[in-house]
Design a protein around this ligand. Sequence first.
Ligand SMILES: [Mn+2]
Length: 290
Amino acid sequence: MRAAFDALGPWLHEPLGPDETEPDTLLSASGPHRYRAVFISDLHLGTPGCQAVALLDFLKHHPSDHLYLVGDIVDGWQLRRKWFWPQTHNDVVQKLLRRARKGCRVVFVPGNHDEFARAFVGHSFGGIEVVADAVHTTADGRSLWVTHGDHFDGVIQCAKWLAYLGDNLYEFTLKLNRHLNTLRARLGLPYWSLSAYLKGKVKKALNYVTDFEVAVATEARRRGHDGVVCGHIHRAEMREIGGTLYCNDGDWVESHTALVEHLDGRLELLQWPAVPAHSTTSSVKAGASA
Ligand SMILES: [Mn+2]
């Protein structure tokens, strides 16, 4: 571990200069694979949890035409409580600015932890556009709605109340079940568990992640898009929900995950190692592309 850390030394401690500590060959055919778009979120810069070193390494190896920063990039909530800003976090910001300067379209969609940036929607900082939400059209013509996703917390809070009511309803069904089966017994019918039937449904209603995913995908469809790219819940995922493509690009606190679009429009979830191994990225799971 120590050796790996020492090996990183040179570029850990040497700030990425304004000009170009990285050779431009990185962008040539012999360099790393080039992507059409990269989506990352939940970096939480300004907190000790942010895996800035792994992120710098990932960015270096994934040049792209578009880069979407899908919210919770800088953790304003934590910074207000306790200032934490090491050199590596500066390096990330410099890297993002440099990428914009080099012709990559960098779009920043603020999240709840960097909601201070929502006051600057419509402006741009050093070429980084700040927008409330975005629409990305893939090379194969799919329309993806790009949003952080925290606005759906309210919807899910409502869903929790419904689930709570559902729970009380469950108590009621237990009673109803007893009466129902007394009646069924009198009629000579076998026992049937209404409560067991409903229990599964209530359990499902209590599943926050599922609620979030369904709520976001439903709104994307309502807005007329083929899919959605979001973050917020720190859970990378890509799957169809009711005919809408739901993509969550994960986070850079625990999972080091990103969503990428290949030049042909194919989308893929990538997981990058915590300690840079300078190897190829691995898919989060087999077949996690669409
Ligand atoms: Mn968030």
